[in-house]
Design a protein around this ligand. Sequence first.
Ligand SMILES: Cc1cc2nc3c(=O)[nH]c(=O)nc-3n(C[C@H](O)[C@H](O)[C@H](O)COP(=O)(O)OP(=O)(O)OC[C@H]3O[C@@H](n4cnc5c(N)ncnc54)[C@H](O)[C@@H]3O)c2cc1C
Length: 305
Amino acid sequence: MVSLVTESQVASLQRGFQGRISMGEPMREYTSFRIGGPADVLIEPYSVDDLREALKWAWGFGLPVFILGNGTNLLVADEGIRGAVIRIGPRLSSLEFHGETVTAGAGISLPALARACTERGLAGLEWAVGIPGSLGGAITMNAGAYSCTIGDVFKEVEVFSLDGQRSTRTADEMHFAQRSSRLSQGDIVAFRATLALRPGNVEESLARMQEYMADRKVKQPLHMPSAGCIFQNPSGRGAGRYIDAAGLKGLRIGGAEISPVHANFIVNTGNATARDVLMLMSHVRRVVYEKFGVDLVPEVRVVGG
Ligand SMILES: Cc1cc2nc3c(=O)[nH]c(=O)nc-3n(C[C@H](O)[C@H](O)[C@H](O)COP(=O)(O)OP(=O)(O)OC[C@H]3O[C@@H](n4cnc5c(N)ncnc54)[C@H](O)[C@@H]3O)c2cc1C
């Protein structure tokens, strides 16, 4: 594929930029699925100023921008991603407490945030301990588990538009829905968010987190690369139950397999391509629709190509 980004364009960003910039790096290094071809340019800002610079730079050259968090809900095409991938990573993971609220950089990992809040005696994020995404990714996806979602504790988020304008979005502007929010449109970038928690008991919260982790270890194939649940749960019944009832557990296409542990996980058995996963997903959708009349909706975000 022909890159949309030239070396001289990249050189013009490098002046005064603190973060990391690399051209042609395989996205498989940045996704939990361990799948995905090269990004024309991958930019990792080390500060909020860096992030604004990177956005304004891409805007100035008319380059498409994809915002990457921890890459735990993504299927990146084998051809990779054209334009700029801007990674909101651990360098943007500030953390401040004010009474019962916590304000954190969008790059903080959700388990680290959940633990920090719990240790501080704040309850309301225990469910998040086993979700391997970043805070920004969790807000985008309205991530959730055990009947709780990030939208339940969300107060506000600070964002940039793609041309670098800064603003704050409150909960009623976020349109939280099943695994989506206002951020899902890809035209604003979260760099810091505030959550409203409640006073809790540290021991009780830690015990609940341990239970959740133990539950995941039994029910999910955590030892294999995946992007978590591949389909959203239709109302009333888990997607995995339909896939299991259709007899599809363990089915393989190339290196992609319907996990024998949890039917709503597709795992990379070693050398899966995005194409293998997409073929397996469309096969599952067709069989489940034919058997049960249920049209499964992908939860994983398919990007690039
Ligand atoms: C083993 C495993 C278990 C999982 N369990 C759960 C679970 O229980 N519940 C659940 O909901 N999910 C689960 N997931 C999926 C995933 O962890 C969540 O969706 C998570 O919130 C994604 O965050 P991320 O940082 O990895 O986002 P990414 O995968 O990097 O990106 C996801 C989307 O968010 C956008 N995005 C990321 N950061 C920002 C930002 N700062 N500003 C604007 N847009 C942004 C991206 O452009 C993309 O559209 C699981 C995944 C795995 C691998």
